[in-house]
Design a binder for this molecule. Structure first.
Ligand code: UT7
Length: 323
């Protein structure tokens, strides 16, 4: 017998305001054709003025609690992955905790686009060690606030949103047939810090700064590092790629996602795609995609889900989860 964390339910939230590629043509020298061909993105949601990361997180978490059928007061741990906290401190997770009426402890974690996989891994470890019994894991971003709206190489890529899951510990058999988180795999390489970063921060400039990215280099790292971490996740569980029912990838670029699916020989209908309608929502992209596939009935109890993501740092990782 081993302690594992299973997922009881999930929820998501997208701001009402949808910005299409055509809308962006009016702001920067770009085209719908270029954005669709290079990234697969057609539109993204952008938070309204005054709509904060905590608002998105609270909405997604409330829906996740409803779907799980559990009371907020039974949550004893909140791990919120975000790059765009409401304030530099305290952790946005504490605001979410108060709004929901959750107990225990709440913290933010920062791994940019790999944030949700990191957050799930952290919560899973708390649960397996007995330091938490029922956790909310949230990815929430108002990434639009970090964009330089004059820089066409970045501002067309990102969007805002939030997704959340409720995780609970249980005594499992200890095999790959168990429900819940089977394994998580985290990596970072700080030597690549300068490939994708924000040119500000409380210590460096006293400002929030704007996203700067060497897109081609990040692309190159993404394909190789994600390929290797999905192989690592499969090997750790003694599973072949054919066992994967759903690839739920970070949604940065359709070409990167297609490359990983090809490597795994997964047909496209086994890949959950939202990049066309959400763009890159950083830490929110995996739970947003997962929720969509759960709530439209694609993901069924017992299905094997492989999640993978890479972001600034560079940070990257994968999670193997049986629904
Ligand atoms: O979530 C974190 C992880 N992030 C990623 O995974 C992102 C990884 N990188 C990428 O997805 C791609 O590198 C991008 C989508 C960012 C860029 O695609 P690319 O095929 O690598 O394009 P590029 O940077 O090589 O640019 C090609 C051309 C350039 O023009 P020249 O130098 O060939 O004349 C750019 O200036 O496209 C130009 N360009 C644009 N043109 C129209 C760059 N951005 C735009 C734009 N609209 N928005």
């Amino acid at each position: 017998m081993v302690k594992r964390s299973r997922i009881l339910g999930c929820g998501s939230y997208l701001p009402a305001n949808v910005v299409t590629n055509r809308d962006l043509e009016a702001r920067v020298d770009t085209s719908d054709d270029w954005i669709v061909q290079r990234t697969g993105i057609r539109s993204r949601h952008i938070a309204a003025d005054g709509e904060l990361t905590s608002d998105l997180a609270i909405a997604a978490a409330t829906r996740a609690l409803e779907h799980a059928g559990v009371d907020a007061a039974s949550i004893d741990c909140i791990v919120l992955a975000t790059t765009t906290p409401d304030n530099t401190f305290p952790a946005t997770a504490t605001k979410v905790q108060a709004a929901l009426g959750a107990k225990g402890f709440a913290l933010d974690i920062q791994a940019v686009c790999a944030g949700f996989v990191y957050a799930m891994s952290i919560a899973d470890n708390f649960i397996r060690l007995g330091q938490a019994t029922r956790a909310l894991v949230i990815g929430a971003e108002t990434f639009s606030r970090l964009l330089d709206w004059k820089d066409r190489t970045t501002c067309v890529l990102f969007g805002d949103g939030a997704g959340a899951v409720v995780m609970e510990g249980y005594d499992a058999a200890g095999t790959a047939a168990d429900r819940g988180v089977l394994s998580t795999h985290l990596h970072s390489d700080g030597a690549q810090y300068g490939l994708l970063y924000v040119d500000g921060g409380p210590s460096a400039t006293g400002t929030a700064g704007h996203v700067r990215m060497n897109g081609q280099e990040v692309f190159r790292h993404a394909v190789s590092k994600l390929s290797s971490v999905v192989e690592e996740a499969l090997a750790a569980n003694g599973l072949e790629p054919a066992a994967v029912d759903w690839l739920v990838p970070h949604q940065a670029n359709q070409r990167i996602i297609d490359g990983i699916a090809r490597k795994l020989k997964l047909p496209t209908d086994k890949v959950v795609l939202t990049v066309d309608r959400h763009g890159n929502t950083s830490a929110a992209s995996i739970p947003l995609a997962l929720c969509e596939a759960v709530h439209d009935g694609r993901v069924k109890r017992g299905d094997l889900i492989l999640m993978e993501a890479i972001g600034g740092g560079l940070t990257w990782g994968a999670a193997m989860v049986r629904w």
